[in-house]
Ligand binder design. Structure first.
Ligand SMILES: CC(C)(COP(=O)(O)OP(=O)(O)OC[C@H]1O[C@@H](n2cnc3c(N)ncnc32)[C@H](O)[C@@H]1OP(=O)(O)O)[C@@H](O)C(=O)NCCC(=O)NCCS
Length: 220
């Protein structure tokens, strides 16, 4: 009998830091040492690179000011979808164009999406975005924005916010274009308790492996 492999979604917090850090380290710090700090207000330290950025990220995780849905394949963290309130992750790509055309502010935004090499094109990013929406719902829900680009126009290695089609699949709508290939996508996370789930609405079954949400002890 063939058993379908599963992904588990967990929140980034002190209990999952080690697995998250292992994924970053296996992938050379992400862009030579970004450590997923680039969207936060303080940004990355380009000169000092990895160590400083690692500490900044770790401090944020310990103080609960960094949020992400992590995707686990067994014990291994294989990808993430970072999210946060706009003031937690203000440094989005095409920010000038975004601000110029902005009329409202979302409650939440999706920041960077990342899938480790060797795990791509197996639905991990899709599971991560669905997981982020579930964690946002558990944190009170609200309007959610993301800023993806078309995977047909931008190489996957530069799809920092994931692929446009992933957002559409999960119910986001196109609001406006920013930059050459970027879109402001808007969605909604209905408030509700985190729940274990064995399906991801709107995702074609052949596109992903089943994902389960592991409810973290402290979501806030
Ligand atoms: C973009 C990225 C997140 C996609 O992750 P993934 O797990 O491979 O994505 P999925 O398997 O869930 O696929 C999502 C969609 O993207 C498309 N896609 C993914 N990789 C693609 C590629 N190389 N070429 C074309 N399309 C691609 C898939 O076809 C799918 O579209 P569909 O649903 O319309 O078929 C991944 O390639 C990545 O991490 N890139 C690096 C981004 C980065 O560096 N982020 C951090 C810096 S801030």
């Amino acid at each position: 009998m063939q058993v379908e492999p599963t992904y588990t979604i967990k929140a980034l917090d002190r209990s999952t830091w080690t697995a998250f850090a292992a994924l970053v380290e296996r992938n050379s710090g992400i862009f030579g040492g970004c450590w997923c700090i680039g969207f936060h207000p303080e940004g990355g330290d380009r000169a000092a690179q990895g160590e400083v950025n690692r500490e900044r990220k770790h401090d944020r995780v310990l103080s609960g000011t960094a949020h992400a849905a992590l995707v686990f394949d067994g014990e291994e963290c294989v990808g993430w979808c970072q999210f946060g309130a706009p003031d937690e992750v203000p440094r989005i790509k095409n920010r000038a164009a975004y601000e110029k055309t902005r009329t409202t502010s979302p409650d939440w935004r999706i920041a960077c999406c990342y899938v480790g090499k060797g795990h791509r094109r197996q639905g991990v990013a899709t599971a991560a975005l669905a997981g982020a929406l579930d964690l946002i719902a558990a944190l009170g829900g609200g309007t959610v924005e993301g800023y993806p680009e078309d995977a047909g126009a931008v190489p996957a290695g530069f799809l920092f916010n994931g692929a446009l089609s992933t957002y559409e699949k999960l119910g986001f709508a196109r609001d406006r274009k920013i930059g050459r290939h970027g879109w402001v996508m808007t969605g909604e996370a209905e408030p509700g308790p985190a729940r274990r789930r064995n399906d991801i609405r709107g995702v074609r079954r052949q596109d992903h492996r089943r994902a389960f949400l592991e409810i973290p002890a402290n979501l806030d």
